[in-house]
Design a binder for this molecule. Sequence first.
Ligand code: SF4
Ligand code: SF4
Length: 104
Amino acid sequence: MKEFKSWKDYPIGGIISEPGSTLELDVSGWRNERPQIDQEKCIRCRICWIFCPDAAIIEEEKPYTTKTGKSYRLTYSVDYVHCKGCGICAQECPAKAIQMIPEV
Ligand code: SF4
Ligand code: SF4
């Protein structure tokens, strides 16, 4: 007969034993809606980057020129592996450049 493990064989609950372990977590399955950034409307204010509780907004040194000729040095995008779809970024964006799209 297989022996049962004792409680002493299990790690203590509520403790993160490895720092940075959330980087390994894929939370995409939690989402009902995903944020989508309209690069034409985005004014590169960085507010979504600051407010995202999961550091799921990526700020890249990637130049972008809008159709009206405005040039930006940065581009903001979403890391969909670590975005849980809370919608804070869309709520806080002053340019209304982020839309929450239903997951399919
Ligand atoms: S929806 Fe929430 S988790 Fe996803 S990028 Fe926006 S603020 Fe971050
Ligand atoms: S908050 Fe909106 S306007 Fe500001 S960087 Fe993010 S997407 Fe762009």
